[in-house]
Design a protein around this ligand. Sequence first.
Ligand code: SAM
Length: 222
Amino acid sequence: MGRKKLWRLAELEGFDNLIQFTDQPEQDAFRLRGAWAKGHFKNGNSITLELACGKGDYTVALAEKHPDRNFIGIDMKGPRLWSGCIAAQKLGLTNVAFLRIEILNLPHYFAKDEIDEIWITFPDPFLKNGSFNKRLTATRYLEAYKQVTKEKALIHLKTDSTPLFEFSLRSLRDNRCTVEEKINDVHNDEERHDDLYIKTNYEKKHLADNRIIKYIRFLLAG
Ligand SMILES: C[S@@+](CC[C@H](N)C(=O)[O-])C[C@H]1O[C@@H](n2cnc3c(N)ncnc32)[C@H](O)[C@@H]1O
């Protein structure tokens, strides 16, 4: 690992807007599980997750737009989360936190009904044969989301990957999820809700390469 990444990982230890898996002995119930709003954000507001948040662009932009809601960006890569933590600190945002964990472990960190909404932004498409199970819309991930969300929680997926988009539609159908909205080309379609047009680091790169951005909004099966 390069020196910059090592330095960022060390600095993360002192951030109060970041919680890392290393904060928690595996055998204990996570201290904020079921109590994020009151225990961490010190309010009773709703919680939205951004999964695979990388540098946390969506998390920070959503938090700026919606000060009456709480946002948690989740990724397993510490040096990327460092950028989100710094951006939120510079903007003085108190409704943002970052959590460094494997997304599959969500139920260890959140209680049933604790999450109101989820954004999944440009997740890795995992195109190699045999790695489909790592896609964030594979059955085992949908099951993890179900264990932490409210009934009727909205889940948004943005991707530039056609194989991932098509896989997701099949997986949602197989898992009896309800697709509420599907857009084949976000930036060449009629204007929709505002939050859809926030651009992450990866989205900016994909647009510069003339890639087409796709979107699905869905509900998990009841
Ligand atoms: C292509 S990047 C997208 C980052 C960001 N959403 C953006 O659009 O700029 C995908 C991110 O997903 C994270 N990731 C992939 N699978 C994950 C998992 N199972 N648990 C936690 N993070 C994961 C990677 O670490 C990486 O930062």
